[in-house]
Design a protein around this ligand. Structure first.
Ligand code: ADP
Ligand code: MG
Length: 737
């Protein structure tokens, strides 16, 4: 046995511990007769939303509340106080001591600042108080949230404002309970400082423009159109003993070093395979927690990579769905701890195997619950379907660079285009049948009669559109899947807000333009369906560049996409340029989603975030090399040299040990060389005078150099004796738990 370091001993102890753990026992609460409660008994038990408000106030008050909130108008003090009282009563019943405005600053995560309900009466006695104004608005000390320069620190008075469209919920911790009030976060001057505000604005814009369009197409009583969203969340689970021994996982969320094991995901035996019992136990408890919070978790399964899993809820209104996705990430994280796992949400935690994404299933629904992407049974419904589809084609094509930018992050850069994830280029997949229809429309035989045209196209009746898995193109970043689109390029750790805001905006804009074009033709005397058919054809002809049915992972597609003029941003710093495009500024300002100032601030915040994250990674990489890998290599070489001396003493002149030492010394020199040039580039990047230049240098020079250093370290890992290696290996983290 070698002289094991404390770290190496800890690594072996971790394996031992991880493989001998039992699933954590967890029981759903029982009723009086000892039967487990069913989900419907406790679903939403920890929430206080519109339904609860309705039953707590008078009918007139409730109607007023709905009217004001649907118009986005402030509640009067009197009404707000009544609702606050109902909330307080519920909170007292639930044993809640604190409340907080729960919001989503531009850090990509959620934030909360708790206040106790406790207050004093005039006579000095204590009482739990909660006023309408406390419900509606709060002033967190906002100075340390990123604002991208919108709010200089001396006027740090950002405030949070209750979003009544998303239910309040109760968060429990070991020793207490807190009421969380979903909120938007704006500066004192009304600038959006968060992810929710632009999302809500984009939902409004989409609704307004979709209603106009539908009205023109003859659906007169549609009052509202909501974006619907169902988010499939992928994640990794790593036993916490391994996690604690990997500074890279702790600080960067991903492994910066690790040789690929001989077995990765080649056998494809993990995808949809039977879920390990420790993990099922975990999922069961996560779902229980989510149900009480009103999150409709629906499916769960193994993902493609070892130790990778997925959870997906039933779709909801986009705003609620985004909030719920944050709750899902939070609950996965919390419950993982209870099961001695650590949740890894990074987009590419392990090299050489699949990364994690967050498929955003998106559609639009009318207030009567009609899905606008559901092909219909009549020519009229299908005309509408085709107009909606044309709007999406046009919107996504016109803003393909922006949509690519909306999913850009330092983590997602490692995943996109990495051979098992959507490429870093936007395109739309429609499936055989729709694709054929689009081709026919595009080739544009003369249209005299829309009904006739629909029959010719084979869309007079379309109950069809295969929702069959076989028709699916897994390589597309934006695919039609029967009655919705799946935006697959979103990263697993990201908030869905920005991508969905951009998508809503792009489609809202193109709907307005299509409405105008159809109206124009109608003014010159054309019948509505004919005018619509013509516009559909024009749109399809102009925007078919975005359609791609082939293999998105192939090298040829990149060449082809560039030839088609689709934007190909290779990394985040490049992609963020899309925020400065005239088309982007125009889109957001025209639809009143973001002002130019707000847009510029987002660009800045994201660049800054990129630079900081890469800085962290580079520092961690040096730590790994200097304080883990180098000592391990030295100690192994020293023992080998010792062995060589002994062999020579024993008279073995030609020992293979000599070759071995030489080989390892070569690999070690390679590390030292790469370590040096990596650090030089890192230092050079940090001396640059703008965030943009820094980010660019990191993306183009520092990260590639770090990757080379990593490769050198991975090579030496498989040369150094197993008993000398301090970092838990891939095979252990991914397979031994
Ligand atoms: P798949 O066929 O991709 O497995 P599912 O039907 O299981 O798809 O749905 C995947 C996700 O898409 C789920 O979250 C589901 O609720 C959501 N989804 C289904 N219909 C819609 C819709 N109309 N709008 C938004 N999301 C939807
Ligand atoms: Mg899917």
């Amino acid at each position: 046995m070698p002289n094991q370091t404390v770290e190496t001993q800890a690594r072996f102890a971790a394996i031992e511990k991880a493989i001998s753990r039992q699933p954590r026992k967890f029981d759903v609460p029982k009723d009086d007769l000892g039967r487990s409660l069913s989900v419907s008994d406790y679903f939403g038990q920890y929430t206080f939303g519109v339904k609860e408000i309705k039953s707590a106030i008078s009918k007139a008050d409730y109607e007023k509340f709905i009217e004001l909130t649907s118009l986005g108008k402030p509640l009067e003090k009197d009404l707000a106080d009544k609702i606050a009282k109902a909330v307080r009563n519920w909170a007292m019943e639930m044993g809640i001591t604190h409340f907080c405005h729960w919001f989503q600053p531009m850090t990509g995560t959620t934030a909360e600042k708790h206040d106790a309900f406790i207050s004093f009466n005039d006579d000095g006695s204590t009482i739990e108080k909660f006023s309408g104004s406390q419900l509606i608005q709060s002033e967190p000390d906002a100075s340390s949230f990123p604002s991208g320069g919108i709010r200089t620190t001396f006027e740090a008075r950002g405030y949070t404002a209750w979003d009544p469209t998303s239910p309040m919920f109760m968060m429990t911790s070991t020793n207490g309970r807190t009421l969380c009030i979903p909120s938007a976060f704006v500066s004192y001057h009304g600038h959006a400082l968060d992810e929710k505000t632009p999302l809500l604005r984009s939902i409004e814009a989409l609704s307004t423009n979709a209603c106009e369009l539908l009205k023109l197409l003859g659906s007169k009583d549609v009052k509202r159109v909501t974006a619907t969203l169902g988010v499939e969340q992928e994640y990794f689970l790593i036993d916490r003993t391994y996690f604690g021994l990997r500074p890279d996982l702790i600080l960067a969320g991903r492994t910066l070093q690790g040789a690929r094991p001989p077995k990765g995901q080649e056998l494809e035996d993990h995808y949809f395979g039977s879920i390990p019992s420790r993990v099922t136990a975990f999922m069961q408890e996560v779902e229980f927690e989510l149900y009480r919070l009103g999150v409709p978790a629906k499916t769960r399964h193994n993902e493609v990579a070892p130790a990778q899993f997925e959870i997906a809820p039933i779709f909801e209104d986009a705003n609620v769905s985004v909030d719920h996705n944050h709750l899902i990430m939070e609950m996965l994280t919390k419950v993982a701890r209870r099961h001695e796992f650590v949740l890894v949400l990074h987009e590419k935690p392990f090299a050489g195997i699949n990364g994690s994404g967050k498929h955003n299933n998106w559609s639009m629904s009318t207030d009567s619950g009609e899905n606008l992407l559901e092909p219909g049974a009549t020519p009229h419904e299908n005309l509408r379907f085709l107009v909606i589809l044309a709007s999406i084609l046009k919107g996504v094509h016109s803003h393909n660079g922006l949509l690519r930018a909306s999913i850009a992050s330092v983590g997602n850069d490692h995943r996109l285009g990495a051979n098992e994830a959507p490429p870093a280029i936007m395109s739309i997949f429609l499936g055989d049948q729709l694709n054929m229809i689009m081709d026919k429309i595009k080739s544009g035989e003369a249209i005299e009669n829309a009904e006739r045209a629909m029959i010719n196209l084979g869309v007079s009746k379309l109950p069809l559109l295969t929702k069959d898995n076989t028709d699916r193109n897994r390589t597309s970043p934006f695919a039609f899947t029967g009655n919705k689109f799946e935006f697959r390029a979103v990263g697993s750790s990201a908030s869905c807000s920005l991508p969905i805001t951009c998508l809503n905006a792009a489609v809202a804009e193109s709907m307005a333009e299509i409405t105008a074009e159809i109206s124009q033709k109608m003014k010159s005397g054309k019948e509505m369906s004919l005018a619509a058919m013509e516009v559909i054809r024009e749109v399809v002809q102009k925007h078919s560049q975005i359609r791609f049915e082939g293999n998105g992972y192939s090298a040829e597609w990149i060449v082809e996409a560039e030839r088609r003029g689709l934007t190909h941003y290779r990394d985040t710093p490049e992609a963020l340029d899309a925020f400065t495009l005239a088309s982007t500024k125009n889109l957001f300002t025209k639809l009143k989603i973001l002002t130019e100032e707000e847009l510029a601030s987002r660009h800045h915040v994201q660049l800054e975030r990129y630079v900081k994250k890469v800085d962290i990674e580079t520092e961690v990489m040096k730590t790994l090399v200097d304080t883990y890998i180098t000592p391990a290599v030295n100690s192994y070489i020293s023992d080998l040299s010792e062995a060589l001396i002994r062999q020579r003493e024993a008279g073995f002149e030609k020992s293979p040990t000599e070759q071995l030492i030489k080989k390892i010394l070569d690999a070690y020199s390679d590390i030292a060389k790469k370590r040096k040039s990596f650090e030089e580039l890192q230092v050079a990047a940090n001396t640059l005078d703008s965030e943009y230049k820094k980010a660019e240098a990191q993306a183009k020079k520092v990260l590639p150099a770090m990757l080379e250093l990593r490769d050198a370290c991975d090579k030496i890992e498989v040369m150094v004796g197993n008993g000398y290696w301090p970092l838990p290996k891939y095979r252990e983290m991914l397979f031994c738990f």
